[in-house]
Design a protein around this ligand. Structure first.
Ligand code: KG4
Ligand code: ZN
Length: 336
C-alpha cells in the first residue's frame, strides 16, 4: 500500500444501527450495518435497549468491516466516529470504542456530526457541484442545508416539531403497522389514491417545517371514521397511506423549491432515511425535469444510517486537518 494512502475506520452508533466502514482515499471498501430488531415490538426505539445492542454489535461489526476491506490494524490512518446528535447512550458506545481504538493504534481521531454526514453521503459515489442544496429527511431531522463546500454548510431551516420520518412512523403506528412504519406507508401508498383524503399542509415561514399538524389531523380523521366504520383502516389502508405520503412529500418539496428558487441553486439532493421514499424520489426527479435541476439521490444503503457516510466526512476532515483530542465527548444535541 503506498505510504500516502488514507484508510479511515468509521463508526456510526447514533440511534438503532451499529455500523462500521473502511474508506480508502474517499472510496468505500466496506460498510457493515447491524440493524436492531429489538425495537420493533415497542413501536419505536428504546434508548436503553439500543445502547445494549450497540455494545453487543460493535466488535463483530468492526471486525467484519476490517476483514471485508482486507485491513489490518496497522493499515488504519485515522478513526472517525459519530459524535452528535443522537441517543446519548448509543453515541457513548461508539465514541468510547473509537477513542480506545485510535489511542491503541496511536492514530488521529475525527469527530463527525451525523447530519453533516447524511449530506456528504452524496459524495460517496457522485460529486455534486457547489453550491449544493440538500434536503435531509430522517427519523430525527428535517433540514434544508446549503453546502458551499464539503465542510462549509449552513442549515437554512428545519422542523420545529416532528421530523418527516417521525410523522411517517407515527401515522403508521396509528394504522397498526410495526416500527419503523415509513417504508410500509411507502409500500401501500404505491397501491392507493393520493387525492382520496385531504390532510392539511403546514403553513410555516421560510424554510421552517412542522409535521405535528398533519399527524394530529390524521389521528382525528381516523378516530372519526372508525366511529362510523370499525373496519375503516383495513378497507382504506392504501388510500390513507397514499394521501398521507402525498401531503408529507408535497410539504417537503414546496420548501425545497422555494429554497432553490430564492438562492438560484440547481444542484439539489435528498438525504437521510426518508430519501428512500419512492414518492419523494419521484417528486424530486419530476421537479428536477421541470425546473432544470441536476438531482442527486444516494444509493439506498447510504441514505439510512451507515458508517460509510461517517467515513467520507472523516476523509474530508482528515484532508482539512480537523482532528479532535481525547477529551471529546458525545452530545445528544449539537449545533453544526
Ligand atoms: O436516517 P435514518 O435511517 O435514521 C435517522 O437518523 O433517523 O431514518 C430513519 C427514518 C425512519 O423514520 C423511517 O421510517 C424512514 O426513515 N424511512 C422511510 C422510508 N424508508 C425509511 N420513510 C418513508 N418512506 C420510506 N421508504
Ligand atoms: Zn440519520
Amino acid at each position: 500500500m503506498p505510504a500516502d494512502t488514507i484508510n479511515i475506520l468509521a463508526i456510526e452508533s447514533s440511534c438503532d444501527e451499529t455500523s462500521a466502514a473502511v474508506i480508502q482515499n474517499g472510496k468505500v471498501l466496506s460498510n457493515h450495518i447491524a440493524t436492531q430488531k429489538v425495537h420493533e415490538r415497542f413501536g419505536g426505539v428504546v434508548p436503553e435497549l439500543a445502547s445494549r445492542a450497540h455494545m453487543q454489535n460493535i466488535i463483530p461489526v468492526v471486525t467484519a468491516a476490517m476483514q471485508d476491506a482486507g485491513m489490518k490494524n496497522e493499515d488504519i490512518t485515522a478513526v472517525a466516529f459519530t459524535q452528535a446528535p443522537g441517543l446519548i447512550g448509543s453515541l457513548l458506545v461508539g465514541a468510547c470504542f473509537a477513542k480506545s481504538y485510535a489511542q491503541a493504534l496511536d492514530v488521529p481521531l475525527i469527530a463527525v456530526h451525523h447530519m453533516q454526514a447524511h449530506v456528504l453521503a452524496h459524495f460517496i459515489e457522485q460529486s455534486p457541484e457547489f453550491p449544493f442544496l440538500c434536503l435531509t429527511v430522517s427519523g430525527g431531522h428535517t433540514q434544508i442545508v446549503l453546502c458551499r463546500s464539503h465542510l462549509d454548510m449552513e442549515v437554512l431551516g428545519e422542523t420545529i416539531d416532528d421530523a418527516a420520518g417521525e410523522a411517517f412512523d407515527k401515522v403508521a403506528k396509528m394504522l397498526g403497522l410495526p416500527y419503523p412504519g415509513g417504508p410500509l406507508i411507502d409500500k401501500y401508498a404505491v397501491l392507493g389514491d393520493p387525492k382520496k383524503f385531504k390532510f392539511p399542509m403546514s403553513e410555516m415561514k421560510d424554510y421552517t417545517f412542522s409535521f405535528s399538524g398533519v399527524k394530529t389531523s390524521v389521528l382525528y380523521f381516523l378516530q372519526a371514521q372508525k366511529k362510523l366504520d370499525s373496519e375503516f383502516v383495513e378497507k382504506n389502508l392504501h388510500d390513507i397511506c397514499a394521501s398521507v405520503q402525498y401531503t408529507i412529500v408535497n410539504t417537503l418539496m414546496a420548501k425545497l423549491r422555494k429554497a432553490a428558487k430564492d438562492l438560484g441553486i440547481k444542484h439539489i439532493g435528498i438525504a437521510g432515511g426518508v430519501s428512500a421514499n419512492s414518492g419523494l424520489r419521484k417528486a424530486l426527479t419530476e421537479t428536477g425535469d421541470e425546473l432544470g435541476w441536476k438531482v442527486y439521490i444516494p444509493r439506498f444503503e447510504y441514505c439510512t444510517d451507515n458508517a460509510a457516510m461517517i467515513g467520507i466526512t472523516g476523509y474530508y476532515k482528515f484532508l482539512n486537518g480537523s482532528f479532535t483530542d481525547m477529551s471529546v465527548i458525545p452530545s445528544a444535541r449539537a449545533a453544526w
